[in-house]
Design a protein around this ligand. Sequence first.
Ligand code: FES
Length: 146
Amino acid sequence: MERKDFLRSLGAGAAFALTFPCLQGCSKDEANGQIVPEPTGIDFTIDLKSEEAEPLANNGGFIRKNLVVVVRDLQGNFVAASQVCSHEQYDTVTYVDNDEGFFYCDTHGSKFGLDGTPLNQVDSKTPRQLKTFKTELSGDILRVFE
Ligand code: FES
């Protein structure tokens, strides 16, 4: 039996379900990121003159390193937070330079202030605080640590 004959034999509803299985409720399976543990023991440096740090040369720029989102906020301050979301631990947190600037996870839409405070609800619940890290600038070396 060929595939189209098989699908026809199942009826239109079943054929549709087999052909388009993810039209509803598959967003978690389609997430770009991965579920990983929240970073711990963070202590690293970034040479602000290095190529990797180029996005940090301007206010509103950010990089991701060691599962940490390191940001130069719109006032020029360095802040850092976990790239692993506090909602369901996808490593999809990024920085958005709209409004006052905030951390955002596009897996389910959680939004956090620069201090990690949750700013919205996801699935009718407020996510936990997003883990943040300290930063310390010494010359051109930025230290990110707990
Ligand atoms: S894992 Fe980030 S919003 Fe759900």
